[in-house]
Design a protein around this ligand. Sequence first.
Ligand code: HAS
Length: 588
Amino acid sequence: MQVSGALRFIILTEIVFPILLLTFGIYHGVMQVLYRAGIIKAESFLGIDYYQGLTLHGVINVIVFTTIFIVGFSNAIVMYTLKKPLREKVQWIALGMMVVGTLMAAWAMFTGRATVLYTFYPPLIAHWTFYLGAVLLVLGSLVPFFFDWIPSAIEWKRENPDQKLPLAVFGTFVNFILWTIMIIPVAVEILFQLLPLSLGWVDEINPLLARTLFWFFGHPVVYFWLLPAYVALYTILPKIVSEKGKLYSDAAARLAFILFLIFSLPVGLHHQFTDPGITNTWKLIHALFTFGVALPSMITAFTVAASLEYSVKAEHPELKNSKFYWWTFLPYMRLEGNKWMFSYFFAGLVLFFIGGITGIVNASYNVNLAVHNTAYVPGHFHTTVGGLVLLVFFALALYMVSKLRGTDVKFKGLAVLAPYFWMQGMFMFSYAMMVGGILEGFPRRTNAGLTYLNPDSPLYRPEWVGYAQLSVVGGVLLGIGFILFFISLIGTLLAPKVRESTLEFPIADAYHDENIPVLNNLKTWTVAAIILAVLSYIPPLYDASVRGIFFNSPAYNEKFPMPLKQLQGAEKKEKKEISKAEKEVAKK
Ligand code: HAS
């Protein structure tokens, strides 16, 4: 499909700009393992302190990179599958809002005015530009959905009344419906709590309410990152495996997307099992729904494995009766055609297998108490968003840049090795974090090199040293994996053009392609999702509103995440004790 110069520029920007930002995000990831292991024993490095770097790492990697890239990929796949060009004006507005929003938030973070981590829990408070930037970024990402893709899909439906919406568009729409709903609670938190506090219009806000509104958004958002990868797993992966590749079942894929729409929202309390003030019953109900949201991923595991088997056997009929041997025919290290992309999908799937199991551990209410706030949690999520999601996005980025620029993928050998370095690095990193977290209570979000892993500190915990050191090896391998991918991406971007620039995707047909109307009815399922989300959140939000207000709750020192009052209190106590001791000496 031919694409106008302006649209080509917009989509390329939406792919390359977030990856350029990701270089900072990943750099700060490597810095994290160095700080935590005590290889860097300092509060800051090159003018950026530990928590500022951790904020940059989290915000860039999972908020900025994901959002802009998802809009870019969704723009491309919707345009290609509906065969309708995008509306340029709408796209310029969306891109402008996202870029301006990102620059505002980046300014606040780089200048140390927004060291609030990606969860921005109060009482950590950022400069108002951080919050307004985030709002602009998020609103900008919705503009194409409402003002471009929906009108195009309506036109398409009018022209094709008997056909179901193409699966890639269906999955993308589920994702953006979810995105629209989940943004509402976090927008309320930002506009009515954080911004007024940051601007000094109010002195106090309710932190428990803020956390509950945040997690109303904060868990569904992980599926906003995941679903574009699932769109690619269902529609693109089988064709990468073989020319005759097919998706095993279209209905199973649609069912998975609908289950995500319903179950992604009523689950946020599984991040707040240890928060006081919210009734246990509702925490348990959210825990049960969390098991529900694992179901569509289990369906996906089966459908993807069946699609891989079908696609291999379609090309190798001699393997017809093979039960497991066909796995050896997958293109793990092949360079020809689009087969190089398989390495990214495969490494991502293997990592996600671990991410899924560990997610279910997290979700189990009582077991969660053993892992919450330990390094186990980052161990889990790096194999999900930093595993399948990131690796599939890397493959799509390289692929789309080469198509849109009309160049060949450069340094393909390095490009194929990159995901295996990444996978190996992630195995080591996540193993260290998870085992250290679950068995030894190694904490997350802590500059441990200054304290727990510092032999000169009274807090020294020698049993954590080995885990921290293993995570450094993992972190370095991850860094190498990223550099290999980046070399290939920049080479492809700057290489001389060898063909017309186009936009196309290898889209697989379905082997089982039944038309089941109930699975195509997005309106009904959207209403059901909203009702379930509202019902599951009214009681916890009520609890948080009435039980979460602690007047004069203390401010925090951002360098030591400890209430100032507690620090001051400790000082006072110390002074009292000193003066008492002095008096006793004087008496004697
Ligand atoms: Fe999670 C915390 C529960 C999925 C991301 N999660 C986080 C945080 C992030 C995150 C960022 O219940 C940290 C937030 C923070 O900063 O505090 N998570 C789950 C559950 C799932 C899950 C039940 N998470 C994700 C995904 C993420 C993500 C996806 C990002 C994209 N998570 C939790 C909980 C917490 C949590 C608690 C809070 C913990 C705490 O205490 O703070 C499920 O959706 C997972 C279902 C997945 C599966 C896997 C299916 C397997 C597939 C691969 C098949 C492979 C094949 C190839 C076919 C059931 C599809 C062959 C492979 C071979 C191995 C041969």
